[in-house]
Write a protein that binds this ligand. Structure first.
Ligand SMILES: NC(=O)CC[C@H](N)C(=O)O
Length: 327
């Protein structure tokens, strides 16, 4: 005899992988250690609104393959993601025009600061990679083509909502307005590229979208959620849906590893050993392929414009868990 339960179809369960031993303890230890450190780097001031960030803030969120979430410190406080947004705009632009993107932007490390102008002249207005400012502006221009700025921005924001499974993510308008007022260098970069026809749209439109996507505010938890597809062969591990192909995820990770920290990319690879992308708001997104998506935040920066404690925290995490991609 079967009981009534026998007719209820089985509910499909997500694939369960082994939980990471001690993950929660390691993450909370690191948050404690970072909170106690006196060396905090320098908060960015060239975008006046960013200068308001609290140098004592520190947050970390790690989302493992089985969905386990380990957080520490200010993991739920939203901050200005700035250049971390460039990972997501690159993903969208590749989705829109595929490998044609590489006619407009290179994929070599620049060895220069994020807002450098010098290489652009020698290389005929083609930025070295999609993560320096010039490259990210060219990528934004690709997303904008065929749309009004408001629509393009809406598309970027909806993509973040979809990836993070969180429609509360928004733009910090005060940060966007602050950069609109003071972004003279980015204006120079964009105008210079426009003179080589690398940008298709009016410079002000492209920059407007760029400044606004840099001003997206997210917490470490939201950022780690949004980047899960990069750690899992292009798939969202909780739904199983594919965001990009495995090949594309691998390639975005490769560009993060080689270019994600500007002229600090070599040092980040040496110390942390993971693909990562930093922003001047103090956020760093890092990907441990097959293992986890990780976001850290501490607003004080080092000389290359990357989060000082964020990098130290990631170095501690990868060492304790043996997560470096270099073994
Ligand atoms: N490195 C960064 O985060 C720079 C982003 C910033 N919006 C700028 O264009 O200057």
């Amino acid at each position: 005899m079967h009981g009534p339960d026998a007719v209820i179809p089985a509910i499909p369960q997500p694939k369960v992988t082994n939980p990471v031993p001690d993950l929660e303890r390691i993450v909370s230890d690191i948050a404690e250690e970072m909170r106690a450190r006196p060396d905090r780097g320098e908060v960015a001031t060239y975008i006046p609104e960013l200068a308001r960030a609290d140098p004592n803030a520190f947050g970390i969120a790690v989302i493992a393959a089985d969905g386990q979430v380990a957080v520490g410190g200010d993991a739920d406080v939203p901050f200005s993601i700035q250049s971390v947004s460039k990972v997501f705009t690159l993903t969208l632009a590749l989705g829109k025009i595929g490998n044609l993107l590489w006619k407009r932007v290179g994929r070599e490390p620049s060895g220069s600061p994020f807002n450098s102008i010098v290489q652009l002249e020698a290389e005929h207005g083609i930025p070295r990679n999609p993560f320096i400012n010039a490259g990210a502006i060219a990528v934004t221009d690709v997303i904008l083509s065929g749309h009004q700025p408001r629509e393009a921005l809406g598309e970027i924001l909806r993509f973040m909502h979809f990836l993070a499974e969180d429609s509360s993510i928004g733009i910090d308008e005060a940060v966007a307005a602050s950069e609109q007022r003071t972004g003279f260098r980015n204006r120079a970069l964009a105008n210079y590229m426009k003179s080589f026809d690398v940008l298709e749209n009016p410079v002000d439109y492209t920059l407007g979208v760029y400044f606004h996507h840099c001003a997206i505010a997210m917490s470490c938890r939201q950022l780690a959620m949004a980047a899960r597809f990069l750690a899992h062969g292009g798939r969202n591990p909780s739904t199983g849906f594919s965001v990009v192909s495995a090949e594309r995820a691998r390639r975005i990770n490769a560009i993060m590893l080689t270019c994600g920290h500007y002229d600090g990319s070599g040092e980040f690879a040496y110390r942390v050993g993971l693909p990562g992308k930093s922003g001047v708001g103090g956020g760093i997104l890092a990907i441990a392929p097959g293992k986890a998506s990780i976001a850290v935040w501490s607003p004080g920066l080092d000389a290359s414009g990357n989060s000082h404690l964020g990098r130290i925290a990631l170095e501690a995490l990868t060492q304790r868990l043996g997560w470096s991609v270099f073994g």
